[in-house]
Ligand binder design. Structure first.
Ligand SMILES: *[C@@H]1O[C@H](CO)[C@@H](O)[C@H](O)[C@H]1NC(C)=O
Ligand SMILES: *[C@@H]1O[C@H](CO)[C@@H](O)[C@H](O)[C@H]1NC(C)=O
Ligand SMILES: *[C@@H]1O[C@H](CO)[C@@H](O)[C@H](O)[C@H]1NC(C)=O
Ligand SMILES: *[C@@H]1O[C@H](CO)[C@@H](O)[C@H](O)[C@H]1NC(C)=O
Ligand SMILES: *[C@@H]1O[C@H](CO)[C@@H](O)[C@H](O)[C@H]1NC(C)=O
Length: 584
């Protein structure tokens, strides 16, 4: 059934109104058989349930604009009848991947609707600001595509990154299918807005994905890093060579390393929040930036890296306090973070699926590469499955490899069976299940829960992890911050111009628009023929820049080598340059 295109599955559902139920009480005591059964059942339910939450025709999305995903149909206690950029983008990333697998026309329409809705959302003036003044960081919107003006934890800077990742995935598919025109005309302008926002704002504080802690968040940094990398690749495919997203991406990659807590050992979720830092945030970061080509790379926190494996081990262990985990030895139902008190602090379906997904991704890499490496960091995780496991490389020809991978597969499958055990008979997935009794809690039919089920199932099939550019990255020697001390630099250039011609500046830092002539900063002609502008630049940085002239749609760059300067802490600087000839 799951091989049918998604639209046909829906049609089948609608026409035949299949009412099959999953008989949890009649398992076969064979983990692999029971998991297959659950997947066959839940894949169909989840697929239909996601589309039911999308406007304009979704059965549970009445009055919702086309392409808008409601977080949940629940309108009170809790009221989730809104659209979050994060949730919608994760859901559409999944649908875009499904579309690439099955090339389904109904799904294509949903995706195009989503793009259209996001084009409206990007332009809304919200409490976070307007299009160019911070509005892209607004986390949630009304389902009729208007801004939400109530108090909220804003901004949340993972949204634009996740949205651009979804759109870039679609753009790459369109390019592979010879529809570059649509990418150039419709997708790229939207993607560029999000990427520019990320490149400019990544080093500002943000509310985390749970909308509670305002600081810097690992998940946010990691998805921003991915978006900029694949954005840079797309820009070069489209021959938009002037965009330099690589530089801020390098800086984020640096910043990501600072979240590692070696004495945990685990990845700390947020710089603020006053908690242990153990958080599903980090597991989601890993699975949503999985790149099959990157192997078990630790700096990008790939699912099978020793850091991510050690982190998963610490994360799971932190949830032994739930009553439903009593008597369970090693596979605990998990929640967002151990200190959680929302609805009393419960396991979440999407958390349970995420644990399985990280392990399926890992198994896929180990099996593809033909070996598995254990380091002292990841050893405690592997010792659960084989008390004699030791650090070292285990090739697929060895008994150890076979034993470990088959036990880890069974362990991952046990997580799907946990989800199965707490899935009601109709297959509906709420947000949480009760920590004492296992009954569903919180928002019903949470779209993200269904998406998390499907991405875990796909990971088990080994269809995830399409490469986005994580391979072969290195952490730069010097991590330059975007938010540290800054200095004011006045740029003055003596340049004669003709009527209607203006002078701009662009250069090698975010503040200088990363060599992007379209966004170059205009200078003031107040002291003509000297043009001037004063800009805040990061202190202690090597900066390169050039002036450009724009006249009647023509752009001319200052010829010769780039101008260079170094900024110093506490030292405001003035640059006096000369550009003698107009090149028009
Ligand atoms: C479980 O079922 C699978 C598939 O039918 C089979 O290959 C495997 O041997 C079974 N495992 C056990 C422990 O019976
Ligand atoms: C390109 O994709 C868009 C969006 O789905 C579609 O409207 C358009 O017809 C496609 N163009 C071609 C030539 O296939
Ligand atoms: C900005 O980046 C620097 C360097 O990586 C880091 O130390 C600092 O915490 C970051 N600040 C924010 C708010 O992200
Ligand atoms: C081991 O891995 C190699 C490299 O991926 C692969 O070619 C080979 O078929 C694998 N062997 C087994 C027994 O799985
Ligand atoms: C740099 O310029 C700012 C704003 O003009 C001023 O407040 C500051 O005192 C100056 N710093 C130095 C070291 O001149």
């Amino acid at each position: 059934m799951h091989l049918l295109p998604i639209g046909l599955q829906l049609l089948a559902l609608a026409l035949l109104s299949l009412q099959s139920q999953y008989p949890f009480d009649r398992g076969t005591c064979n983990v692999s058989v029971d998991v297959d059964k659950y997947i066959r059942f839940e894949r169909r339910v989840a697929t239909a349930a996601i589309v039911a939450n999308i406007g304009p025709q979704g059965a549970k999305a009445r009055g919702v604009k086309a392409g808008v995903v409601v977080a949940s149909p629940s309108k009170h206690e809790p009221d989730y009848f809104y659209s979050w950029t994060r949730d919608s983008s994760l859901v559409f990333k999944l649908l875009i991947d499904q579309h690439a697998l099955y090339n389904d026309a109904i799904l294509r329409q949903h995706i195009d609707n989503f793009i259209g809705a996001q084009a409206v959302i990007q332009n809304l003036a919200s409490p976070s600001g307007g299009l160019f003044t911070g509005g892209l960081g607004e986390p949630k919107f009304n389902v009729d595509l208007t801004a939400f003006h109530g108090p909220w934890g804003r901004p949340q800077r993972d949204g634009p990154a996740l949205r651009s990742t979804a759109m870039i995935t679609y753009a790459n598919w369109l390019i592979d299918n010879k529809n570059i025109t649509h990418v150039q005309s419709t997708l790229w302008p939207l993607i560029k807005l999000d990427l520019d926002y990320v490149a400019t704002n990544w080093n500002q504080t943000s509310f985390d994905l749970w909308e509670e802690v305002s600081s810097s968040s690992f998940f946010t940094a990691v998805v921003q890093h991915r978006a900029l990398r694949e954005g840079a690749n797309l820009a070069s495919k489209l021959q938009r060579v002037s965009y330099n997203y690589g530089k801020p991406a390098d800086n984020i990659l640096c910043f990501m390393q600072s979240f590692w807590n070696p004495s945990g050992p685990y990845m700390t979720a947020n710089t603020g929040g006053d908690r242990s830092g153990i958080d599903l945030n980090t597991v989601l970061a890993s699975i949503h930036t999985y790149d099959i080509a990157a192997g078990c790379d630790a700096i990008t926190f790939q699912p099978c890296s020793d850091r991510a494996i050690a982190n998963l081990f610490a994360y799971v262990k932190a949830f032994d306090m739930y009553k439903i985990n009593d008597g369970v030895e090693d596979y605990f139902s998990t929640g967002r973070y151990p200190e959680d008190v929302y609805y009393g602090g419960n396991p979440w379906y999407l958390a349970t699926f995420a644990v399985a997904e990280q392990l399926y991704d890992s198994l896929h890499v180990w099996n593809t590469e033909g070996f598995l490496q254990i380091t002292p960091l990841s050893l405690p995780f592997f010792r659960q499955f084989d008390p004699t496991a030791d650090p070292g490389c285990h090739f697929n020809t060895s008994r150890k490899f076979v034993t470990l991978t088959s036990r880890i597969l069974e362990y991952a499958d046990s997580y799907l069976l946990l989800a199965a055990r707490y899935t009601p008979q109709d297959g509906a997935l709420a947000e949480q299940y009760d920590r004492d009794t296992g009954t569903p809690v919180g928002a019903r039919d949470l779209t993200w829960s269904y998406a998390a089920a499907l991405t875990a199932f796909n990971a088990r099939d080994g269809t995830g992890g399409k490469s986005w550019g994580a391979k072969g990255l290195i952490v730069p020697d010097v991590c330059r911050r975007g938010g540290g001390p800054s200095v004011k630099v006045s740029f003055n250039v003596f340049a004669k111009t003709v009527h209607g011609e203006n002078i701009y500046i662009t250069g090698s830092s975010t503040e200088l628009t990363n060599w992007n002539p379209e966004d170059a900063l205009i200078l003031s002609p107040e002291y003509y023929p000297t043009w001037s502008i004063t800009i805040d630049l990061p202190a202690n940085s090597d900066i390169e820049y050039k002036y450009i002239r724009k006249h009647k749609g023509n752009v001319a760059w200052q010829s010769g080598l780039n101008n260079r300067m170094t900024t110093h802490t506490g030292g405001n600087a003035t640059r006096s340059d000369t550009w003698w000839r107009s090149e028009f």
